[in-house]
Design a protein. Structure first.
Length: 160
């Protein structure tokens, strides 16, 4: 009986720890050239990883992984960021500088969050500069997302 109580207490403690490591938040976005807006929700499951969902005012929903780039990051950590690009991934993604699976990506994007969100018509890629990188998404930030059509959505994430 005593062993069962200990196991129950240990299981409860592990559940509390797991919940403490997960943080969530919201953000908003608006295209500067059209009426398309976005409501973002994010869940950070570790200090540098999580998921994001973008609900567009058009009814489209994009979702996928997000990664915070730190000095300790390695290119191999971010495989899901390149999903959906296929061969010749540079085509159609103009103006994003170092966006690509190279070591220079890490140096260029340290202190930022990158996301690759899949939707009905392809992938929406996002990059956000964090206000307080040591706090992660909880510290707030801003940036932009590019839709498969090439349209840009400017995004804001308030600090919590």
């Amino acid at each position: 009986m005593r062993m069962l109580s200990f196991r129950s207490a240990a299981a409860a403690f592990v559940s509390i720890l797991a919940a403490a490591c997960t943080t969530t938040g919201v953000g908003t976005g608006q295209s500067p050239t059209s009426t398309v807006g976005a409501a973002f929700t994010w869940t950070q499951t570790s200090s540098t990883r999580g998921t994001m969902v973008a609900n567009l005012t058009t009814g489209e929903v994009f979702q996928g992984p997000m990664f915070q780039i730190t000095q300790e990051s390695r290119v191999t950590d971010f495989g899901p960021l390149w999903t959906g690009w296929g061969r010749g991934w540079r085509r159609g993604w103009h103006g994003w500088g170092m966006w690509g699976p190279t070591q220079e990506t890490i140096t260029h994007y340290t202190g930022q969050v990158l996301a690759n969100l899949q939707g009905p018509g392809g992938y929406m890629r996002c990059r956000f500069s964090l206000m307080r990188p040591s706090a992660g998404m909880v510290g707030g930030g801003s940036g932009e997302c590019q839709l498969p059509s090439g349209a840009i959505i400017n995004a804001q994430f308030p600090p919590r």
